[in-house]
Design a protein around this ligand. Structure first.
Ligand code: ASP
Length: 599
């Protein structure tokens, strides 16, 4: 039977007890990790969020009744034990923070009994994800998940502390609002009072934070929940958290400066890692040319090399054909991989095809310097030599080439570079390589829509020197937009905003908005700008991804208490669920049943 807390008071948490407490009488509470009954002595590992304390119940030290109770303990029972801290008589356990002490119980209460859990509560569980998520409240008892959420809590606390010191104000923005143009679908919330009308859950606080700048708050920060109804993709969550900020009277360098200091502070405080400042910056163009990605992993080289000029007259039609149709030929040098078995190279070719490549050409140089190539027979010896030299190929290297449209070649080699690095095991999770990627293109051509779309969002300012290009070559206009990238992950991004109405109008025109449409969607922001708007800029971090990398996890699920699965449902609560008829009637809604759905 579950006993009460009456008259009991917890002294501290399990692993907060140190050897200095030997001789003290303490009351600890927590979950039974393990109970071992050795007859006249019972060992219990007591667990809470800090760790484990070994408790011993010895016949004679506790009352007969409590000793009997101790004999009934099973995993996950919740108990309170009062006893004296002693030095461990048995061998110390070097794996536990409290490994050289134990609590000799004097009395005990069972606060709650427990069913046998569907999986053991232990680190690195091998239980299937579906089961773990269905019983997420049990999964969350595991020490690794507890550590992750504690780390996240600390990151949030330090974030608030840092930005408060820098003069930022924490201001909340609405959840029930108007849609924001971040490029994904909105989650809509029907209004009962306004039948047929909907609120949009924020994809980000973008418009509101810009309005706060118009109102004069000049430095805003918020740890903001955001919602994006995107198509199914692994490791995306429909709701996630941003560290969102906006600053007035600033340009690119000011935003970068305060954020570099923030990152250095955070990594030092949380992980003891020194981030050397300034963080390197590369332009988007350079990132694509060197790494084939706008979020380059800078922990290793294997950079892309443009060999178009070298092979333009060679006899290999895959190369010359790609060049003739306006494409490019580029390669990477996988150092030391020249001995890769043919089968594995074929796998890389398949991998490249997954990214749209028609194939992959290779040169493998054996340790002895022998050259084996998929296209050697189409090249003269001199051409081969020149190509290998351009790629800095040495005995033992594997050179891989893609020939196609530039964007495709970037994608293929960018992905291949990462795949090979993963395979070679050269990616160290404990190495943190930051880089700012700047000068993103302002616009991106959408084949689907037959027009330009904003690469960041419609309020992003272009580089002043590119203004005239807006008329002649819009695709070449660079934006005052920047991303902060960590180990190949975009952890944050932002931009300087347009605060001049003529440029904003021009931008809307480019994006295919009529003035009426622009006004209908963003009228309140455009109006606000007519009453005196400071130049402003901002940035938002994806908090979950940042914490995931800091915690060394592979999935953002591991740093979110109650995540959703790929189809945006929650396996524990079974949300989303159908609304009942009364609710629907109140909202003036009727469901158009999808075709084939059961009544
Ligand atoms: N609102 C942007 C985003 O969510 C970030 C920013 O521009 O501040 O990506």
């Amino acid at each position: 039977m579950a006993e009460s807390m009456k008259g009991l008071h917890r002294s501290c948490r399990c692993a907060e007890v140190t050897a200095q407490a030997v001789g003290q009488k303490l009351t600890l509470m927590g979950w039974v990790q393990k109970a071992r009954d050795k007859g006249s002595i019972i060992f219990v590992d007591l667990r809470d969020r800090t760790g484990i304390m070994q408790v011993i119940f010895e016949n004679g030290s506790v009352s007969d009744e409590d000793f009997k109770k101790a004999g009934t303990l099973r995993a996950e029972f919740v108990i309170a034990v009062t006893g004296v801290v002693e030095k461990r008589r048995g061998e110390a356990n070097p794996n536990l923070a409290t490994g050289d002490i134990e609590l000799r119980a004097e009395s005990m209460r069972i606060l709650s009994e427990a069913e046998v859990p569907p999986f053991p509560i232990e680190e690195n569980s091998r239980t299937k994800d579906e089961i773990r998520l269905k019983y997420r409240y049990l999964d969350l008892r595991r020490p690794d998940l507890q550590r992750n959420l504690m780390l996240k809590s600390r990151v949030m606390m330090l974030t608030r502390q840092f930005f408060a010191k820098e003069g930022f104000l924490e201001i909340e923005t609405p959840m029930l609002g108007k849609t924001t143009p971040e490029g994904a679908r909105d989650y809509l919330v029907p209004s009962r009072i306004h039948p047929g009308c909907f609120y949009g859950l924020p994809q980000s606080p973008q418009l509101y934070k810009q309005l706060l700048m118009c109102s004069g708050f000049d430095r805003y920060i918020q740890i903001a929940r955001c919602f994006r109804d995107e198509d199914l993709r692994a490791d995306r969550q429909p709701e996630f958290t941003q560290i969102d900020m906006e600053l007035s009277f600033v340009d690119v360098d000011d935003v970068i400066d305060v954020n570099e200091r923030f990152l250095a502070y955070l990594f030092k405080e949380v992980l003891g890692v020194t981030v050397s400042l300034p963080i390197p910056r590369i332009t988007w163009q350079e990132a694509m040319d060197r790494f084939g990605s706008d979020k380059p992993d800078m922990r290793f080289g294997m950079e892309l090399c443009d060999v178009s000029g070298l092979v333009k007259d060679c006899g290999f039609s895959v190369f010359t054909g790609a060049l003739a149709s306006g494409g490019t030929v580029r390669g990477i040098n996988a150092k030391g991989q020249g001995g890769m078995p043919r089968k594995k190279i074929d796998k890389l070719v398949e991998f490249a095809k997954g990214y749209g490549a028609k194939g992959l050409a290779y040169i493998a140089i054996t340790a002895e310097g022998e050259v084996k190539s998929s296209f050697g027979k189409f090249m003269t010896e001199d051409e081969m030599k020149a190509l290998i030299a351009a790629m800095k190929g040495e005995p033992g290297d594997l050179l891989l080439f893609a020939a196609d449209k530039k964007k495709l070649v970037w994608d293929v080699l960018g992905a291949l570079r990462l795949e090979i690095a993963k395979d070679m095991g050269i990616l160290d999770k404990n190495e943190f390589c930051f880089v700012w990627v700047t000068e993103f293109p302002l616009l991106e051509w959408s084949e689907e829509e037959g027009r330009f779309t904003a690469m960041h969002h419609p309020f992003t300012m272009l580089m002043e020197e590119d203004l005239s290009l807006l008329d002649t070559d819009p695709g070449a206009v660079r934006a005052k937009a920047y991303d902060i990238v960590l180990n190949g992950n975009e952890i944050g991004g932002g931009s300087v905003r347009i605060h001049q109405d003529d440029i904003q109008e021009r931008m809307f025109k480019e994006l295919g908005f009529t003035p009426e449409e622009a006004h209908k969607q963003f009228g309140f922001l455009l109006d606000a700008f007519t009453y005196g708007v400071p130049p402003h800029a901002g940035l938002a971090y994806g908090l979950d991804r940042l914490v995931m990398l800091m915690a060394g996890c592979d999935s953002i699920r591991d740093v979110i208490a109650f995540p959703k699965v790929k189809d945006a449902s929650c396996l524990m609560t079974e949300a989303p669920t159908r609304a009942d008829d009364k609710q629907l009637a109140e909202l003036s809604l009727k469901i158009a049943e999808p075709e084939g759905a059961e009544e």
